[in-house]
Design a protein around this ligand. Structure first.
Ligand SMILES: [Zn+2]
Ligand SMILES: [Zn+2]
Length: 360
């Protein structure tokens, strides 16, 4: 029993050539393997649609089909491979025929789906001082943007897209593999045209056909609070432009916080700064005033009470990194600083001190 080609295209038996063409266009776009990768059902539908149009668009074949219900022995039993179907599809004009019809043939249609641009990844080194001060930072990075010379088309104004000779414009090639006595035929994307089925006959002299040019972009952003090493931030649409008008990708900023040497970020709280103050042992015993040369360029004084233990932590409020509201603290770790050696006078005095019950 032959297939009902009218039903496949969703038209009546009395459909005009125009109606058949229109229905075919709709169905071929819907079930094209590019749009339905790995979908066997769509593949079968696509085969049927191509077959139906092949018959119904040909006056003789259609008449024979209408009269006898069958036309072409190759269609009996559905014996055509996907490769053959694709070839037939392309021979019937592929998608190009639709667009040539609609736009008067001025510009070939590209079957390639427009793809989104890649993300631009930028490593941003931030000093602790910048983090402390907060505010804005400007970075520069290489970005692929729509070529200004060809406006992203990829070819010169007098050039145009031509069919890829390797895959005859289908975007597919058939790979044949031999397993013992069996042949396996597989359709794969054409490596010469990247599956687009098209080549540029006069590539743009500025971008070489990609439609993209590399430019130095500058981007200003507000430093988010609490950046840690390895943190990242994504900015929508500031990545590379897609080829031939594709949406741009994102800009991904990977942060590296520069080591300061004197100050660091607390492991337990990203808003707190840590400072290790090495205090001479006798100052720790007697108590003293200390001065910190801080990252904001100012000097801060703090007081140590007598007999402060080693490892003691003082918290200086609001001297940490900016939060959404307010700031973290500056944690000052007291480290006892021992003399490297004792002079004989010092030793004599200390030995005398040792006799005091204070040091027992
Ligand atoms: Zn260009
Ligand atoms: Zn090709």
């Amino acid at each position: 029993m032959a297939k009902d080609y009218y039903k496949i295209l969703g038209v009546g038996n009395d459909a005009t050539d125009e109606q058949i063409k229109k229905a075919y266009r709709k169905m071929a776009v819907k079930y094209h393997p590019d749009k339905n990768p790995g979908n066997k059902e769509a593949e079968t539908m696509f085969k049927d649609v191509v077959e139906a149009y092949d018959v119904l668009s040909d006056k003789d074949k259609r008449q024979r089909y209408d009269t006898y219900g069958t036309v072409d022995p190759i269609y009996e039993g559905g014996g055509m491979s996907m490769d053959d179907i694709m070839k037939r599809f392309m021979r019937m004009g592929g998608f190009g025929s639709f667009f040539d019809d609609e736009f008067g043939g001025g510009m070939s249609f590209e079957r390639q789906t427009v793809s989104r641009g890649a993300n631009a990844k930028v490593r941003v080194t931030v000093s602790l001082r910048e983090l402390y001060n907060g505010g804005k930072k400007t970075i520069r990075y290489d970005r692929y943007k729509r070529c200004r010379h060809c406006d992203g088309k990829g070819y010169e104004t007098d050039g145009r897209l031509v069919s890829c000779p390797h895959c005859k414009g289908s975007g597919y090639i058939t790979k044949t593999t031999i397993y013992g006595h069996a042949l396996s035929r597989q359709m794969t994307q054409c490596p010469y045209c990247g599956g687009s089925g098209k080549f540029v006959d006069k590539p743009c002299r500025e971008c070489g056909g990609s439609g993209l040019e590399k430019v130095e972009e500058s981007f200003e952003f507000t430093l988010p609070p609490s950046i840690t090493d390895g943190a990242y931030m994504g900015i929508n649409g500031m990545g590379h432009h897609g080829e031939r008008g594709g949406q741009p990708g994102d800009l991904l900023l990977y942060f590296k916080v520069e080591d300061d040497g004197k100050f660091s970020i607390s492991d337990s709280n990203p808003y707190d700064l840590v400072y290790i103050d090495e205090v001479p042992i006798l100052d720790c015993i007697t108590g003293c005033e200390r001065i910190i040369h801080f990252i904001d360029g100012k000097d801060y004084k703090y007081t140590l009470k007598p007999c402060v233990p080693d490892g003691y932590v003082l918290s200086l409020r609001d001297k940490g990194l900016p939060k959404k509201e307010g700031r973290g603290n500056l944690l000052v770790y007291i480290k006892h600083k021992m003399p490297v050696a004792l002079k004989s006078d010092d030793e004599r005095l200390l030995r005398k001190l040792k006799k005091s019950t204070t040091f027992k």
